[in-house]
Design a protein around this ligand. Structure first.
Ligand SMILES: NC(=O)c1ccc[n+]([C@@H]2O[C@H](COP(=O)([O-])OP(=O)(O)OC[C@H]3O[C@@H](n4cnc5c(N)ncnc54)[C@H](O)[C@@H]3O)[C@@H](O)[C@H]2O)c1
Length: 243
């Protein structure tokens, strides 16, 4: 998008989220940073604190999301960019996947994105268009063992993305997903070495993804050149899988 606008980024205190929020600030947008964690806020504000609003939003709560989006509308204006990044993962065999773990991973990764899309779309319609980017994973396309809940949530996001893309095309709203391969954010760097080695062994390029790979893909989908892409899953993955 050439013109600066109002963007919402969820999971904005995390590895991929803070880098995305920073890139959007540098491009001149107003950024509403949604997260439950305040710890990275000082870093995130960078040189543009006047265009950043950090809001404590729990994406698993419809009420929390609705309140956060209403604040954005009132204080910043109509949001026309939504980048859904909040999410997490656990390594767990089927019989260790409790209902609580299943609910955590489905509610955060899948239902949270649903909540945010539902709250933001009326404002995008009012604005005459918008761009939505969801963050799935290579695990939603080429799953690993011990990922039943996470792989289900991330595969669900592919379905959500494609269905919503069809529904919102008449409103000039694009809906796409980015599916990163393993990327060493602080959280992921702390995973067991055997797990990281297993993922690396499946990436023909012989390296992990970088935060820059992810941010560049988001940047393309938000650019003028990305305007005719919708319902797509773009995967910066070094050949991990091909769709
Ligand atoms: N890093 C990777 O290797 C990788 C690969 C594929 C997909 N992804 C996806 O990318 C996204 C970000 O990953 P990351 O590595 O940056 O993780 P991260 O843990 O660094 O960031 C996630 C952020 O989400 C926030 N969050 C957690 N629960 C929340 C809630 N209920 N409401 C709002 N915010 C909440 C956390 O506080 C955190 O700041 C996730 O959806 C993840 O599944 C990551």
């Amino acid at each position: 998008m050439a013109e600066p606008t109002v963007a919402i980024v969820t999971g904005a205190a995390g590895g991929l989220g803070s880098a995305t929020a920073r890139a959007l600030l540098e491009q001149g947008h107003h950024v509403a940073a949604f997260d439950i964690d305040h710890s990275n806020l000082a870093d995130l504000a960078g040189e543009h604190p006047e265009r950043l609003r950090f809001t404590t939003v729990d994406v698993t709560s419809a009420d929390s999301v609705e309140s956060g989006v209403a604040m954005v509308r009132d204080e910043l204006g109509l949001p026309t960019i939504l980048v859904n990044i909040a999410g997490t993962n656990r390594i767990a065999p089927l019989t260790d996947t409790t209902d609580q773990l299943w609910d955590l991973l489905i509610d955060l990764n899948l239902k949270g994105t649903f909540h945010c899309c539902r709250a933001v779309v009326p404002h995008m319609r009012e604005a005459g268009g918008g761009r939505i980017i969801n963050t799935t994973s290579n695990m939603g396309m080429r799953p690993e063992a011990q990922q039943v809940a996470y792989a289900s949530a991330k595969a669900g996001l592919v379905g959500l993305t494609r269905s919503l893309a069809l529904e919102l095309a008449p409103d000039q709203i694009t809906v796409n997903a980015v599916a990163p391969v393993m990327t060493l954010t602080k959280r992921v760097a702390g995973l067991p070495e055997w797990w990281k080695d297993l993922q690396l062994s499946k990436i023909p390029f012989g390296r992990y993804g970088t935060i820059e790979d992810y941010v560049a893909t988001v940047g393309f989908l938000l650019s003028e050149g990305g305007a005719f892409y919708t319902g797509q899953v773009l995967s910066p993955n070094g050949g991990d899988f091909m769709s």
